[in-house]
Design a protein around this ligand. Structure first.
Ligand code: ADP
Ligand code: ZN
Length: 743
C-alpha cells in the first residue's frame, strides 16, 4: 500500500528491508527493532507487540540528525530470531520528518528518553494522531485497462487533484457509493486522507493595516526581510510596554501569510489571550487556530489535522504547540520570551523559548523573540551578534511611560495589621475620584501565607512539603500550594492546644481585598487570580468589565501582569515589591524586574498618563532603582558583573540533578554516591549536594547537585557519562534538569 501521508514524502529510503526501528512512547533509551512484511516509512504510526501487550509507536529514522556530541549511545541491535513483527499500520497521518528530528533533538538536549518526548507529542491529540477521514483520488493506472460505465466515468470526472469524499463524489456525479467502491476495485481510484482542516478560515494579510510610526515601520521592515529570506535566523524584538510590539510583529505574520507559509506564535498563558486573539481578528479578519490544554477533543483533532495539511495558517499556542506536525513553518514568534512559564518543569523539562529556536533551525525559518524585559540569555545572544536586535523606544501615540515612585515602608509604612501605605491609599482615592481605574498587585493567592500560634510560636506547615500552609479564608481552609494538601482552620493550636491563638501573618490577595473594601467602600472591586477566574470565559468577562468601565479597582495576582491593555487604568500599586527577592536564587532579581516592569506597564497606556507605586523595604536595591528609573541597562550590567566571573548562565552552562527518595537517608546516600563520582575536568564545577529548593515535596526528600561548565562545554555528554556510573534503586530517583530556571 502507498503511504497515506498528505505530505510530500522526501526521498527517504523505505525501511522495507525486513526490519524497522519503532520508537515507543515509553522511557526506553531508543527505538526498538521490529520485523515488517509491509513497506513502512519513517513517521508511520504502527501497532507492535511489547511483552504481552500491543502498543502504538512511530516508525523511526535510522540516521540521527542530532549533533554527535549530544546524541545518546546507539542501542545494541537485537538478535534476528528474537525480532517481533509489526502488527499493522494505522490509518492516521504520519509524523513529518521535521517533527521527528525535533523530537530527537529535544530528547538529546534535555537528556530525556526520546520515547518520552514522543509521548508528549502524541498525548496532545489524545494518545494518537487522529484517524484520517478518507476520501478518494485517482491512481496512475491507465484508463484503457478498465471498462468504464457512464456512471463510473462521471465519478472520475468529479475527481480532482485533492481527495474528495464519497458523499461529495456521489453528489457531484449522481452515482451511488456502490459505483465508487466498484471503481476502487478496478484500481483506478484509491483512498487518501481528506483535507479536513478547511474549518479554519484563512487570515487575510491585508485585512486591516495599521498606520505604523516611522520607528515601528523600520522594525517591521527588518522583520519582513527576515521572513522573505526563508532562512533560520533569530531576532530579539525589544520595546517598552505599549510600544506596539504586537502590532509590529503582526507585519511579519502578514509577510509570512503572503508567502503561503504557516506561523506559530507562542504565548506564555494562552488561556489569558482573549485580548490578543481579538486584536488578531481585527488585523487579519479571522480568529487564529488555538492550541492549549483546555481545547476539547474534537477541536484538538481538527487542529492537528489542519496544522498537518497546512490549512491552519496561524497557530497560537502554549509551548506544547511546538510538537504539532507543521507542513511548512515560515515563522515562529515567542511573545514575552522572558516568561518563566515557558519552562516545562514536570516530566520532560524543556524551555519552550529555547526549543522554539531549535524548531526554527530545523524548519529553516526565522524566530522572533519579543519582550519589554528580555531574559539575560537572549540579551547575551543579541550582544554576541548571534541574534539580530530590534528596538522600539517609545510608547505608541505619544503615551508616556508611567512615573514610578518607590514607597519606603521603613519610613512611611501602613498601620499595624494593614498592608497599604497611607500614600498608596491616597493615590488610589485620587484616581478613583478622577473617574479612573486603579490596580493593586500582589503575587500571592489566599488570605495569609503563614498561620502562627501567638502563644507557642507553632507554624502551620504542610505534612508533605517544606512549606507553610496558606490560609484561604473565602474557602475556610489551609492549603499547600505545592501538593494541594488541604485541612480546615483549627480552632486551637495543634501544638499547645490554646484556643484562638492562631493568627494570620503577612498578606495574601484576599487580605488586601478585605483592607481595600474598608479603605475604599464606594469602589467597585474586581479580584483577578486563578482562584476567582476559573475559566477562559470568566477571564474574558472580567476583561470586558474592566474595559467597559464597570470596575474601579482591580486587585490581582500575576494574572494581571500579562499583556493586558486597559485604557482607563492609570494607577498601579505593588503591595510587596520585595516578595520575589528572597530565597537565594541568583535569578530572583532578574525575575522580579521582569514581573514588576510588566505590571507597571499596565498603567497609562492610553491618553491619560499613568503612575506606579512600589511598596518596598529595600528601596535602595538595584531592582527598585532600575524600575524607578526605567534604566535597565545599569541593572543588566550589574547582573552581568555578578554572573560572569562565576560562569553562571548565560555565561556558562548549568544542569541540575535532583535526587529524590521517600526517606532523607536514602536521598542523602544516593546524593553522596553521585557526588563521589562527579566529573573532574577543566571548565567544570560541581556544586552540592545540598537540599533542593523545596527539600521535601509531596513527601519526597530532595537533594540537588549542580553541574556548571564554561560556555564552550556542553553539559549533556558530561551528565550522561556521569550518570552511567550510578543507579537509583528502590524509591530513589534522579531527575535531570538542563538549564534549570532557578539556581
Ligand atoms: P506592546 O506589545 O509593545 O505592549 P501593543 O502592541 O500592545 O504594545 O500596543 C499598545 C497599544 O497601542 C495597543 O492598543 C495597540 O493597538 C496600539 N498601537 C500600537 N501601534 C499602533 C499603530 N501603529 N496604530 C494604531 N494603534 C497602535
Ligand atoms: Zn504540600
Amino acid at each position: 500500500p502507498e503511504s497515506l501521508s498528505p505530505q510530500k514524502q522526501s526521498a527517504e529510503t523505505s525501511t522495507h528491508d525486513g526490519r524497522v526501528p519503532v520508537l515507543l512512547p515509553l522511557p526506553f533509551a531508543g527505538a526498538f527493532e521490529y520485523r515488517s512484511a509491509i513497506a513502512l516509512q519513517p513517521g508511520d504510526i504502527v501497532a507492535v507487540p511489547l511483552g504481552r501487550k500491543d502498543i502504538f509507536g512511530c516508525v523511526w529514522d535510522r540516521e540521527s540528525t542530532v549533533p554527535a556530541y549530544m546524541a545518546p549511545p546507539p542501542v545494541p541491535p537485537v538478535d534476528e530470531r528474537r525480532l517481533k513483527a509489526v502488527i499493522r499500520r494505522l490509518e492516521v497521518s504520519p509524523l513529518p520528518q521535521e517533527l521527528r528530528h525535533f523530537i530527537e533533538w529535544v530528547a538529546a538536549y534535555t537528556l530525556n528518553p526520546p520515547g518520552l518526548v514522543l509521548a508528549t507529542a502524541l498525548k496532545q491529540h489524545t494518545q494518537l494522531p487522529p484517524k484520517a477521514v478518507l476520501g478518494w483520488v485517482r491512481t496512475e493506472k491507465p484508463l484503457d485497462d478498465v471498462r468504464l460505465t457512464p456512471a463510473r466515468q462521471s465519478v472520475l470526472q468529479a475527481l480532482g487533484d485533492e481527495p474528495k469524499s464519497s458523499a461529495f463524489l456521489a453528489h457531484e456525479s449522481g452515482a451511488s457509493t456502490a459505483v465508487i467502491r466498484g471503481l476502487a476495485g478496478t484500481g483506478l481510484i484509491k483512498e487518501a486522507p481528506l483535507l479536513v482542516g478547511a474549518s479554519f478560515a484563512q487570515p487575510q494579510p491585508d485585512y486591516a493595516q495599521p498606520a505604523l510610526s516611522e520607528e515601528q515601520e523600520d522594525v517591521a521592515q527588518g522583520l519582513r526581510s527576515m521572513v522573505a529570506a526563508e532562512r533560520f535566523a533569530v531576532a530579539l524584538l525589544e520595546g517598552v510596554t505599549g510600544s506596539g510590539k504586537t502590532e509590529v510583529y503582526f507585519e511579519a505574520v502578514a509577510a509570512c501569510l503572503r508567502r503561503g507559509q504557516q506561523v506559530l506564535v507562542l504565548l506564555p498563558e494562552i488561556a489569558l489571550s482573549t485580548q490578543w486573539t481579538e486584536r488578531f481578528r481585527r488585523r487579519f479578519g479571522v480568529e487564529p487556530a488555538l492550541w492549549h490544554s483546555d481545547l476539547g477533543q474534537k477541536r484538538r483533532r481538527e487542529t492537528w489535522f489542519a496544522v498537518a495539511d497546512g490549512s491552519a495558517k496561524v497557530i497560537v499556542g502554549a509551548r506544547s504547540a511546538l510538537f504539532l506536525p507543521f507542513e511548512t513553518i515560515g515563522l515562529i514568534i515567542v511573545d514575552e520570551e522572558h516568561e518563566t512559564s515557558f519552562k516545562q518543569e514536570e516530566g520532560v523539562t524543556y524551555h519552550g523559548r529555547d526549543m522554539a529556536v531549535v524548531r526554527g533551525r530545523l524548519a529553516k525559518a526565522p524566530v522572533i523573540l519579543v519582550s519589554a524585559t528580555p531574559s539575560l540569555e537572549t540579551l547575551a545572544n543579541a550582544d554576541a551578534g548571534r541574534y539580530q536586535h530590534f528596538l522600539l523606544t517609545s510608547r505608541h501615540g505619544g503615551a508616556r511611560l508611567p512615573d514610578v515612585t518607590l514607597l519606603d515602608l521603613r519610613e512611611d509604612g501602613p498601620a499595624r495589621g494593614q498592608f497599604l501605605a497611607p500614600r498608596l491609599c491616597a493615590a488610589v482615592k485620587e484616581t478613583l475620584a478622577a473617574g479612573e481605574q486603579a490596580m493593586l498587585f500582589l503575587n500571592r493567592r489566599g488570605y495569609a501565607p503563614l498561620t502562627l500560634c501567638r502563644t507557642c510560636g507553632h507554624r502551620m506547615q504542610c505534612p508533605n512539603c517544606t512549606t507553610w500552609l496558606v490560609e484561604h479564608r473565602n474557602r475556610g481552609i489551609l492549603t499547600c500550594h505545592h501538593c494541594g494538601h488541604t485541612e480546615g482552620i483549627p480552632k486551637a493550636c495543634p501544638e499547645c492546644d490554646q484556643e484562638e491563638t492562631l493568627v494570620p501573618i503577612g498578606p495574601g490577595i484576599e487580605r488586601v481585598t478585605e483592607e481595600a473594601r474598608e479603605c475604599f467602600p464606594e469602589a467597585r472591586i474586581l479580584v483577578m487570580s486563578s482562584d476567582t477566574l476559573g475559566s477562559a470565559a470568566a477571564t474574558a468577562e472580567a476583561v470586558r468589565q474592566i474595559t467597559d468601565g464597570e470596575v474601579d479597582l482591580i486587585i490581582g495576582t500575576q494574572i494581571v501582569a500579562k499583556g493586558w491593555h486597559f485604557p482607563r487604568l492609570t494607577l498601579v500599586g505593588v503591595v510587596d515589591s520585595d516578595l520575589g527577592l528572597g530565597g537565594g536564587d541568583l535569578r530572583a532579581a532578574e525575575r522580579t524586574v521582569q514581573l514588576l516592569h510588566q505590571v507597571a506597564g499596565r498603567a497609562g497606556r492610553a491618553e491619560r498618563p499613568g503612575r506606579v507605586m512600589l511598596q518596598s523595604y529595600v528601596t535602595e536595591h538595584p531592582v527598585m532603582e532600575a524600575l524607578a528609573s526605567h534604566d535597565f541597562e545599569a541593572f543588566i550590567e550589574q547582573e552581568t558583573a555578578q554572573r560572569k566571573p562565576g560562569f553562571w548562565p548565560p555565561y556558562g552552562r548549568l544542569a541540575a540533578l535532583i535526587i529524590s527518595a521517600d526517606s532523607a537517608d536514602v536521598a542523602d546516600s544516593l546524593a553522596a554516591e553521585i557526588a563521589r563520582v562527579a566529573p573532574v575536568q577543566d571548565g567544570i564545577q560541581v556544586l552540592g549536594p545540598a537540599p533542593a529548593p523545596l527539600s521535601v515535596l509531596r513527601g519526597r526528600h530532595r537533594r540537588r547537585l549542580l553541574l556548571k561548565t564554561v560556555r564552550g562545554l556542553a553539559v549533556q555528554p558530561i551528565v550522561r557519562d556521569w550518570l552511567s556510573h550510578v543507579k537509583a534503586k528502590g524509591s530513589a530517583r534522579i531527575d535531570v534538569d538542563v538549564d534549570p530556571i532557578s539556581f
